[in-house]
Design a protein around this ligand. Structure first.
Ligand code: ADP
Ligand code: ASP
Ligand code: MG
Length: 401
């Protein structure tokens, strides 16, 4: 039995017309002789509107109940799409995360998959030609529903391909032709990459390129799942996400990622002594708040400023946590009108001078750098949100992408 996993994102299943396009893709693969697991997201906007509704009902919705609510978005998609396939004479049925089952931990809202038993899927594929599976969801060992974090249907799809084994391919269908050198909605000069290696894709995703969820790339790399990102609305072959090869190593910079989900907090004039950082970041960690960039300024008369970034949704909570935990800062400042731009490329491992070029290009465009962080394959700069688009375009040009 040749099995193919196809995943379609929210904009691909937005309405009946879109779902009919999805059906054509599924039927074409069926014609090629594949049995299919088709993983669907909630219809575009549905997860956001469910979230909004939850916050109208409650100031602080219970995270477990929130997951029960959010999973309905994907449940709606799979039921409707199964009907559409059945109308075309296809032997199809829907399957929800808990029915497979996809077992996760109990981190409601951002659960991690612990195990998937693909036995039942394989059995069902003996009877059905297409299984329409709800993305983004699983269950805990004690039967509570969970979701896998925003964009989590990508992870459901790759994880199912990994669980099916036998080099099962995973095609991720979305609203762009593949992975581009940068977000094509932000830079007209962006162009599609034919291939990108797992490490680069991981950095791009971690730095904010939401075309693939980070976890999906981690799983693809770990289990060697060949992933292709392509469009529901064209016949372009898309981008293959794959192992690094010799050709790729010679590329210095492969892409530029952006992340608007950034907010900065500065604790001014904290004591410059051992334990200060721990007293700030431990309470944040215990509250489940992820800290991204951190800068500690040089000491002035025994005091220093500690600045760091968190997700915008965590800003208010982070300040509450810091205030409750107590600290010796003279004041706490914050800003949510900032964004991160990152230059990514595995070729940087063996080359120097990339950061100089980044800083120089941004300086010549009059863009102020608020924070900087680097790894061996990326350089990230925090800039004013109003400068983000200019920064992307300037860097895209500087590295001839
Ligand atoms: P889906 O609903 O199909 O999961 P997403 O909205 O999650 O789609 O991801 C696709 C979007 O990712 C594109 O519309 C594009 O704006 C954005 N994006 C950001 N960076 C990139 C990139 N480097 N290449 C392609 N798309 C990107
Ligand atoms: N529906 C979920 C979201 O909007 C999961 C997904 O689309 O991948 O984040
Ligand atoms: Mg997505």
């Amino acid at each position: 039995m040749r099995i193919l996993v196809q995943k379609f994102g929210g904009s691909s299943v937005a309405d009946l017309e879109c779902m009919k396009k999805v059906r054509s893709k599924v039927l074409a693969a069926r014609e090629e002789g594949y049995k299919l697991v088709v993983v669907l997201s909630a219809r575009a906007g549905q997860t956001n509107s469910l979230l909004e509704r939850a916050y109208q009902w409650s100031d602080e919705p219970d995270l477990a109940e929130l997951d029960v609510l959010l999973t309905t978005g994907e449940q709606e998609s799979v039921a409707l799409f199964s009907m559409l396939l059945q109308d075309a004479g296809v032997k199809a049925r829907s399957i929800l995360g808990f029915q497979i089952p996809i077992i996760t931990d109990d981190a409601f809202g951002s659960a991690r998959i612990d195990s998937i038993d693909a036995t039942r899927l394989r059995e069902l594929l003996e009877t059905y030609d297409v299984l329409v599976m709800a993305g983004f969801q699983g269950r805990t060992p004690d039967m509570r529903l969970t979701t896998l974090g925003r964009g989590g249907s990508d992870t459901s799809a790759v994880a199912i391909a990994a669980a099916l084994g036998d080099d099962t391919r995973c095609d991720i269908y979305t609203d762009v032709d593949g992975v581009y050198t940068t977000d094509p909605r932000m830079c007209k000069a962006a162009h599609k990459l034919d291939r990108i290696c797992y490490d680069e894709m991981l950095e791009m995703a971690s730095m904010g390129a939401k075309v693939l969820q980070i976890r999906s790339v981690e799983i693809a790399e770990k289990y060697n799942v060949p992933v292709r990102v392509r469009s529901t609305f064209s016949n372009d072959p898309g981008t293959l996400v794959t192992k690094e090869d010799d050709m790729m190593e010679s590329v210095l910079v492969s892409g530029i990622a952006t992340d608007k989900d950034q907010a900065r907090i500065t604790l001014c004039d904290v004591q410059d002594r051992p334990g200060t950082a721990a007293s700030i970041f431990n309470p944040l960690g215990e509250a489940g708040i992820v800290v991204d960039m951190i800068i500690q300024t040089a000491s002035r008369n025994g005091v220093t400023d500690m600045a760091f970034t968190v997700s915008r949704k965590d800003l208010k909570r982070a300040i509450d946590v810091l205030t409750k935990a107590g600290n010796d800062a003279s004041k706490i400042e914050s800003s949510a009108s900032i964004a991160k731009v990152s230059v990514v490329g595995v070729g940087m491992r063996n080359h120097s001078g990339v950061s100089g070029r980044v800083f120089d290009a941004l300086y010549k465009a009059g863009i102020n750098l608020i924070m900087i962080s680097t790894s061996e394959v990326k350089i990230s700069c925090l800039v004013d949100e109003a400068d983000l688009e200019l920064a992307v375009n300037v860097l895209h040009k500087e590295f001839d992408l």
